[in-house]
Ligand binder design. Structure first.
Ligand code: SF4
Length: 207
């Protein structure tokens, strides 16, 4: 099946704008959000939704959350809004039940994306945002085809427009590394859940 270029789809959407719509943007962490916010800030009024109960322990969760808030403050002088979701790790374990050991990029991650994006869609609908989206597609380890498919399914389910996108394009990942250095952002070496931490440690041992 042919892959869809979601950067091109994004460009089609923004080409019709005459003013800045309101966007609820799920963010997984400050480094991934850095380029995405730099880019999207040109086209949208943005609220960042930090909803990540997948993060393995609370100290790590708080660290990533505080970095997210610091980046928003330093980058936009708090012009970009911030909302924190609930941190209940049991919700994550319930969402991925039965798929725990499938590995990064598997059905486990698909369920994890759906779990976090569904909450984002519901909040976007409730608070009458024009679009909802996520930073997740910036990671080279995350398939933008899968993420956009989930977004579009949720668009249909909740009747709230999904912002088609692929933030890896236009050298987005490279730019996020530059911005992370510029703002001295904490860059974790695993995705977030306890399984991904173990997988990263095993990979390091093998190398
Ligand atoms: S590796 Fe990342 S995306 Fe996949 S389940 Fe764990 S936290 Fe979620």
């Amino acid at each position: 099946m042919n892959k869809i270029n979601y950067q091109k789809e994004f460009e089609k959407i923004i080409s019709s704008f005459t003013s800045k719509p309101n966007l609820l943007l799920h963010s997984c962490c400050a480094p991934c959000s850095s380029y995405v916010l730099e880019y999207l800030n040109n086209f949208f009024n943005i609220t960042v939704f930090f909803y990540n109960p997948n993060i393995n322990i609370e100290t790590e969760y708080q660290k990533r959350k505080e970095e997210q808030k610091r980046f928003i403050k330093e980058f936009s002088n708090n012009e970009i809004s911030f909302i924190e979701g609930d941190y209940n790790i049991q919700d994550f374990y319930s969402a991925i039940k039965g798929e725990e050991l499938k590995g990064e990029g598997s059905i486990r991650c698909k369920k994890c994306y759906t779990f976090r994006l569904e909450k984002t869609a519901i909040l976007a609908k409730k608070n009458k945002y024009d679009y909802f989206c996520t930073t997740l597609s910036i990671s080279p380890l995350k398939d933008s085809q899968v993420i956009n498919k989930i977004g579009l399914e949720l668009e249909n389910k909740y009747n709230i427009p999904w912002l088609k996108s692929d933030f890896k394009k236009k050298n987005g990942y490279k730019r996020s590394i530059e911005l992370s250095c510029e703002y001295n952002l904490y860059r974790q070496n695993y995705c977030g859940c306890s399984f991904s931490k173990l997988e990263a440690e095993n990979k390091n041992r093998e190398n």
